[in-house]
Design a protein around this ligand. Structure first.
Ligand code: SAM
Length: 279
């Protein structure tokens, strides 16, 4: 089933947290000259028009990027993220929002490369078009985890895997755990950044337990909530589970998240940065 279209959600609070964490990981990888790979398992189309009817319909970006774009009290560490957005926009107007592949493309250097997978019959050609002729980017219309398995370990032995499934089906949460198990056996030193939505808290607790039970160390959880947890339907929070995070990520997010919560969800919000499994 491929009914999910990210264009309804681009630039929402969940994208903001995800793409900030992604950018900080890329910043850290760039501290060394050695090449790295950015592997995006669920890529989407790469670029979103916030004036498109899908964006307009939900208006989700209004409680996301629109709350921080143009502010004059931005934490210095989110500059790479904002630069990736600026690349797509002229001047101060915010019209286009980058998906994760374009956030990464704005940051990689000429020695680095990107691997992208996307299965949706409408989104795949748009993604292909976005990167046409780009020799640093390889795009596959293949299943996310099958391609990941086939690509690991990367020849550079350095890099990050972004895992961002739609979670339309219940089993997708445990599919991620299985994919991490298989990937970690092939490449234990890579950074894995897994996005998750909080719709039902028990589902996330179960996924975290599944990851813990793999016996992997260095798992950091980062979360921003816009509403308290509820039993009713709807995403109230989202976060990133980062395996082998760069050493500064925890302290950077300790500074960024309170600011972000204040900007995005000042009344009912909450945030967390904590080790699921420490070193
Ligand atoms: N990572 C993107 C970003 O941050 O801009 C958003 C990705 S969106 C949440 C999830 C994407 O995964 C959708 O575009 C969907 O078509 C794609 N997808 C769903 N199942 C897939 C699969 N098995 N393999 C590859 N892509 C898949």
């Amino acid at each position: 089933m491929l009914s999910y279209r990210h264009s309804f959600h681009a630039g929402n609070h969940a994208d903001v947290v995800k793409h900030i964490v992604q950018s900080l990981i890329l910043d850290a990888l760039k501290q060394k000259e050695k090449p790295f790979v950015y592997h995006d398992t669920h890529s989407g189309v790469g670029r979103y028009d916030l004036q498109d009817e899908r964006s307009e319909k939900t208006g989700e970006f209004k409680q996301g990027i629109a709350r921080i774009w143009g502010r004059d009290d931005i934490p210095a560490d989110i500059q790479s993220y904002l630069d990736a957005i600026q690349v797509l926009n002229d001047g101060e107007e915010l019209r286009y929002y980058p998906g994760s592949p374009k956030v990464a493309r704005a940051q990689i250097r000429e020695q680095d490369r990107m691997v992208l997978t996307e299965l949706h019959p409408s989104d795949f050609p748009l993604l292909l078009q976005e990167f046409r002729g780009d020799r640093q980017v390889k795009i596959y219309k293949e299943d996310a985890f099958a391609r990941l398995k086939a690509s690991l370990p990367p020849k550079e032995r350095r890099g990050v895997v972004l895992i961002d499934p739609p979670y339309e089906l219940k089993h997708e949460y445990m599919d991620v755990v299985k994919a991490i198990d298989e990937s970690y056996k092939r490449w234990a030193t890579g950074t894995y950044a897994i996005w998750y939505p909080v719709v039902y808290r028990e589902t996330i607790d179960k996924m975290l337990k599944g990851l813990k039970d793999l016996g992997i160390s260095k798992i950091l959880q980062i979360e921003l909530g816009v509403e308290p947890d509820t039993e009713e339907r709807g995403m109230t929070a989202s976060g990133m589970i980062v395996i082998n995070p760069p050493w500064k990520l925890e302290s950077q997010m300790q500074t960024i998240l309170p600011w972000l919560q204040q900007a995005i969800a000042p009344t009912h919000g909450h945030h967390t940065v904590e080790w699921v499994v420490p070193e």
